[in-house]
Design a protein around this ligand. Sequence first.
Ligand SMILES: Cc1cc2nc3c(=O)[nH]c(=O)nc-3n(C[C@H](O)[C@H](O)[C@H](O)COP(=O)(O)OP(=O)(O)OC[C@H]3O[C@@H](n4cnc5c(N)ncnc54)[C@H](O)[C@@H]3O)c2cc1C
Length: 494
Amino acid sequence: MRFSSSGASFLPFLPSLSGYTQELFRADDQTIKACSELAHLLPGKVFLEDTPEYAKEQTSYWLAQQRSLHPQCHVAPSSAAEVSAVIRVTTANEARFAIKSGGHTTVAGASNIAQGITVDLSRLSSVEPSDNGSTAWLGVGCTWLDVYRDPKVADAGLAVAGARVGMVGVGGYVLGGGFSWYSGRYGWTCDAVLEFEVVLANGEILRVNTHEHPDLFWALKGGGSNFGIVTRIKMPVFEQEDMYSSKAWYEQEYLDGVLSAIEAFNSKALDPDANLFMTIVYDRMYQLFRNVIMFVNTGANTSSSAFLDFSFPTLENSTSITDMGGVSASLDDYYNKPFRKEKFTLTFYNSAALMSRIAAIFRQHARVMHLDEKGPIAMTFQPLTASHLSAGNNALGFSAADGPLILFSLEVYWSSPSKDEYMRVHLQRIEAIMRQEAQNQGLLHPFIYLNYAARWQRPFESYGARNLKRLTAIREQYDPRRVFKDLQPGSVHL
Ligand SMILES: Cc1cc2nc3c(=O)[nH]c(=O)nc-3n(C[C@H](O)[C@H](O)[C@H](O)COP(=O)(O)OP(=O)(O)OC[C@H]3O[C@@H](n4cnc5c(N)ncnc54)[C@H](O)[C@@H]3O)c2cc1C
């Protein structure tokens, strides 16, 4: 253990929603005391800034903004009992904290905290299939690639319906919903969850499923970090077939045809194993837009009829037969860039005409944004088929009547902290223009996906007044002191 509490002095704690602005302040006495107590309680699991473990942990965040937040200590419990000890000590000292599973949130300050305590769950990384191989307990600190490549899963030819990109953490992804290559068949990943193990604010460890604490079970499926620290998640495991994956770069002139094909793909939903998303990236060097679609079929079928409408001329095309690990690792390379980033999301009814307008607005603004030399700007349309939306009993607020939808997101990457405010203001403006456009056409769906939402967006309100009220009541029941609201200032609150 390398722990020392020297060098920190008292300054009053100033609560702020934007976690990273707190960097200006030094840790308060309670936080220093809590780190010290935790170091005695959990030897070798508490790290201060001068340690290599701390430095390594800081680089594990997807957002550069989160990498530059410096907590007073990182604490890395390796069991639910240790998480319970961490939450008891932290709350007894009224110290501020952040919870981190994979560190891939899009909200700066949601899973790291300047001068507070970061609860790093990466040591909760076991993958434990049941004896008959039909279910598995997943530690929340696993990345999805850890799960797909775990020998007990991969060598047995098994799969779990997790994230499409390997480096994403199990914990945050499931608590926000979770959009998988298997969503056409099984819905949101949270819909498939069989059980959660959760540590409440008072340190109690609960097993939460359809029979035990069913209200909390529902709330955790989309409710984020408002109820407790989830330590393990039990998921179904199933046999994996070969996975077909293909990327096609379409010429600009075929954009409207491609968007019509996406609308048809989504409304016909011919094949529950067929998935796609379309990204438009602005290439600043050549000052042009590139339209790429990723097609994946989770069944062995390499020529799904669902993809037939996409036979437009392409600039480039690549195809492979692989598995969940292969597809998710291939996407890691693209996304694993240590930039500053900002992202927002909207949800639209299924319409090629609206997608075309949204793409036009994107093109107009992407050109004029003063972008960093290397940082891309990109937007993505993802079909949400009716079966995906209506598969489960979750807090997200969908019904089958919502029909097929389009999940939209826009993200921008840059390097200099001096551009943070500029990027936020600009993105917020683009979001307002796009929202208005969709609203004018009567094609705006209220859903804001927690896992893609910007700090300024209100995902829980988008679940509908009834669900928000129910979530709040469940929060009052399981966290009456509002520990996860008041002491976790950077997270996304109800
Ligand atoms: C490159 C990339 C690819 C992505 N691909 C997909 C995709 O295919 N499908 C999809 O649906 N989403 C995807 N996402 C979005 C992703 O689901 C969210 O960013 C998610 O929050 C990441 O989870 P995490 O554990 O890595 O994040 P973290 O940053 O660790 O946590 C995110 C939030 O959840 C809270 N939290 C984390 N763990 C716990 C826990 N155990 N208990 C209580 N609260 C917790 C944190 O406090 C924080 O508020 C992707 C994101 C990135 C950056």
